[in-house]
Design a protein around this ligand. Structure first.
Ligand code: NDP
Length: 244
């Protein structure tokens, strides 16, 4: 398959860095976003300015129909998706008793239904080609517990379960599925934390700093590459030693 990547939630943060890294590695990239059109267009222009190929696509990954339209647009513009990076995600802290039905279902709709929709949309072409790669963004909170993170952690643990089982199911079809589980990465997702928390989290991290979006982008690019051609069903933790 040609190197064609769909990165969901690529208008900022980890997704943005991942789309930029993949473009550097020769992928034509689709920069998906939900609201931040400006960020997505700016990245696409930067990639094109360096001679790369990029398109943008607005789609809420929680909605199957819009995801299917997006994937058809990519196929018409670049061709079938050979690499899917399920990065779009939402987070937020609250006591479990305070998690409303609406919040609970929205977390699952974006973080779990999102990958369900995108994977089903790209899979027919991957199965046809007997090739393809899927990288799903989980979190260290999907691997271990954290107070006030119950809803988010439940979705990120679900992503790991989905990825491992799908890896088993798709391996005979030549398709690899892996997860990256980031630690604390400095993006807008951390904006809701109190300011004093960030230096504390850096101190708690054995390598002594917060992660950067580029740290995660390189891990995703590795799992997507031929260097990882015998790796499937794995969770690569990229957390500066936070969870050792
Ligand atoms: P940000 O909040 O910085 O960016 C989130 C991105 O997802 C944005 O591009 C946003 O689009 C997009 N997005 C949100 N909801 C939707 C939706 N319904 N449909 C399509 N796109 C959507 O997040 P990060 O970069 O920090 O996180 C990226 C991933 O990494 C997430 O899955 C997160 O759970 C995971 N992660 C992050 C960690 C961290 O410390 N930052 C740690 C562990 C995991 P728009 O700009 O248009 O709103």
């Amino acid at each position: 398959m040609d190197k064609i990547a769909l990165v969901t939630g690529a208008s900022r943060g980890i997704g943005r860095a991942t789309a930029a890294e993949l473009a550097r590695q020769g992928y034509a990239v689709c920069i998906n976003y939900r609201a931040n059109r400006e960020g997505a267009e700016e990245l696409a222009a930067a990639i094109r300015g360096k001679g790369g190929r990029a398109m943008t696509a607005c789609a809420d990954v929680a909605h199957r129909e819009t995801v299917e339209v997006m994937v058809r647009q990519i196929e018409n513009t670049f061709g079938p998706v050979s690499l899917l990076v399920n990065n779009a995600g939402i987070a937020g802290q609250s006591l479990f008793q305070d998690v409303t039905e609406e919040r609970w279902h929205r977390f699952f709709a974006v973080n779990v239904d999102g990958p369900y929709h995108t994977i089903q949309a790209v899979l027919p072409a991957m199965l046809h080609a007997h090739a393809g790669c899927i990288v799903n963004l989980s979190s260290i909170w999907g691997l271990r517990g954290a107070s006030c993170e119950v809803a988010y952690a439940a979705t990120k643990a679900a992503v790991i379960g989905l990825s491992r089982s799908l890896a088993m199911e798709l391996a005979p079809s030549g398709i690899r599925v892996n997860c990256v589980a980031p630690g604390v990465i400095h993006t807008e997702m951390l904006d809701e934390l109190p300011a004093e928390t960030l230096p504390q989290l850096a101190e708690e991290t054995p390598l002594g700093r917060l992660g950067t979006p580029a740290d995660i982008a390189r891990a995703v690019a590795f799992l997507a590459s031929d260097q990882a051609s015998f790796i499937t069903g794995q969770v690569l933790t990229v957390d500066g030693g936070f969870c050792v």
